[in-house]
Design a protein around this ligand. Structure first.
Ligand code: CA
Length: 224
């Protein structure tokens, strides 16, 4: 969603091979950039290490069960909208799915046209309420990954820079250790020096004051 011409990236976590195959073909034909995961572990790994615009998650997945997968992503700050597919369709199942952090819930069997319509609605809703976080006197728009100030100057951030600032801005009073930031933002990285590197990138783009170093403890949001 960073530009209107870019394809919408979609993670499809579904272990039913035939259904995954069918959905993959339909979604690609609709212009989605689809990545598939055949089990929950793979889905979790992809969800934590890559950025998607939307996810379709089957509830009954081997490895990590679908709702557990969503809960873990939400716990790590991944806010991508999720549509859950389930063989079960009772009200309680639906409630469980929504409670786990899914935005929508579709019981199998379903019509592909309904799935596509729900995806479009989900993306629309998400775009409309994409979070804007205060960043001192400026604000960070997570949908466009831009920081803008009262002077009208806009600064574009990379995905990782925006994710790092989003974690800090969500709790402006809290000091985060490098280890915490590593786990939340750079879970695929080996060393926590990557945190320092991205703090440096953010400061270079937005000024030194944007992130404060708290000696011996870590980093917190500054007051730029
Ligand atoms: Ca399944």
């Amino acid at each position: 969603m960073s530009s209107s011409s870019a394809a919408t990236s979609l993670l499809l976590a579904e272990d039913d091979h035939d259904l995954a195959d069918l959905l993959m073909r339909v979604l690609v034909a609709e212009g989605y950039d689809v990545t598939t995961a055949a089990d929950g572990q793979r889905g979790l790994h992809l969800g934590l290490t890559r950025t998607f615009d939307v996810m379709i998650v089957d509830r009954g997945l081997p490895g990590v069960e679908g709702l557990d997968l969503i809960g873990r992503l939400r716990g790590r700050g991944v806010l991508t909208p999720v549509l859950v597919l389930s063989a079960r369709g009772s009200t309680q199942d639906r409630v469980d799915g929504l409670d786990a952090g899914a935005e929508d819930y579709l019981a199998k069997p379903f019509e592909v046209t309904e799935l596509l319509a729900r995806l479009r609605a989900l993306l629309r809703r998400h775009r409309d309420r994409a979070p804007v976080l205060p960043l001192g006197s400026r604000s960070l728009d997570l949908a466009t990954r831009t920081v803008s100030g009262a002077d009208g100057v806009e600064v574009e951030l990379s995905e990782r820079e925006a994710a790092l600032l989003a974690v800090l801005a969500a709790r402006p009073q809290q000091v985060f250790s490098r280890r915490e930031l590593l786990e939340r933002v750079f879970s695929d990285a080996e060393s926590d020096s990557v945190v320092d590197t991205y703090v440096h990138y953010c400061r270079r783009k937005l000024g030194r004051g944007v992130i404060r170093t708290v000696r011996g403890l870590g980093y917190r949001l500054g007051s730029p």
